[in-house]
Ligand binder design. Structure first.
Ligand SMILES: [Zn+2]
Length: 75
């Protein structure tokens, strides 16, 4: 089953958002947004985490087990 199309809510993409790429879709089971924050669950690789950090240089991104989080802005 294919994950539904996902539109990243982070407004300041540095480039094409890795979370919206077909490669990411193969690994991520589901994604939810919390404001302009993002939580992605699945077999998230450190390569994807690195790509996410590169695409969102103003955001703090963490990987905890199977959960990748792009945190909302601090203020
Ligand atoms: Zn994004």
């Amino acid at each position: 089953m294919t994950r539904p199309a996902f539109t990243c809510p982070v407004p300041d993409h540095h480039s094409t958002c890795p979370l919206e790429s077909p490669d990411a879709s193969m690994n991520i089971l589901w994604v939810e947004t919390v404001g302009t924050g993002v939580v992605a669950h699945g077999a998230v690789t450190t390569t994807l985490l690195t790509a996410v950090r590169a695409a969102h240089p103003t955001r703090y991104a963490t990987l905890d087990g199977n959960s990748l989080t792009i945190w909302p802005p601090a203020d």
